[in-house]
Write a protein that binds this ligand. Sequence first.
Ligand code: UDP
Ligand code: MG
Length: 329
Amino acid sequence: MVTLTALPQHRPADALISCVIPAYNEAAHLAAFLQDLRKTLETFAPRYEIIVVNDGSKDNTNEVMAPLLADAGLRYISFSRNFGKEAALSAGIDAARGDAVILLDGDYQHPLELLSEMVRLWAGGIDMVYGVISDRSNESRLKRWGTGMFYHLMESGAPITIPRNAGDFRLMDRKVVNALRQLPERNRFMKGLYAWVGFSSIALPFVPNDRATGVSSFSYRSLSRLALAGVTAFTTLPLRIWSAVGVVISIIAILYAFWIAGEAIFFGNDVPGWSTLAAGLMFFSGIQLISIGVLGEYVGRVYDEVKKRPLYVIAHDIDNGTFDKPARN
Ligand code: UDP
Ligand code: MG
């Protein structure tokens, strides 16, 4: 699905392709993965760089990476602690020098076979090629339901359309990367930001592989937190809902007041209903607390933004430049 028509673009013949790999506790398969990634890149990319962002892994990622640190085309950025995938991606994007930047997970879930297709589409003039999971049948019902709810909320409240089932697996042109880097917010809900910057884009359906080893770092709790970050960053619908609820309740209250008054005047029935009163009181205190909570959620995020803390702190940054394919003679 092309959302915007692409104009002919100039793509350099010896384009530099950057690959950003956020890695959190991926030591068990990281070395093999990087080797496979290199092999894949060498089949179609004349120049490339691989940026591994170690997001404060608690396993032996540093030891595994040590023998590879002198390899041409490798950039190894290690955070001072775990800052989360969105921060790791941001660091990778900040460090990337490529004409095109590819983001992919370091657990083999994003098929390497698709990289050449992504680059081909980009060379044809599309600025962003994003992977879309075409089959989520192996995910739990609860996760699929939650994802559905999330997209529904985003579609009804956010002014931009975030493509369904698109993740971080994508290729972006330099223009897109530069635009992303201009966004100042701390609350980096990347899936929303990619959509916000716009540009011609195309979906590339894929079926994720199983994780090479280990388990996903995203629990239901962290996924809900991410969803909340997305909703609050891109829509004020939750705030506005409470105004609507307030209006509806006020109308009901006025009608009820008329009814009570009518009953007392015309039927002389003025027996006070204390149970109605108690239930009403509790109901409205509940509603008020919920709405204050929603307000607090936004205020808290405003507080985070004004503090202007950096998104991540780098402990090590090892830069071996780009890998240039030796010219054949
Ligand atoms: N990741 C990260 N920081 C984190 C959690 C995850 O950099 O705090 C990386 C992880 O190493 C992987 C990618 O983000 O490359 C996706 O994570 P994971 O496979 O755990 O999640 P899922 O595949 O379920 O989205
Ligand atoms: Mg994964």
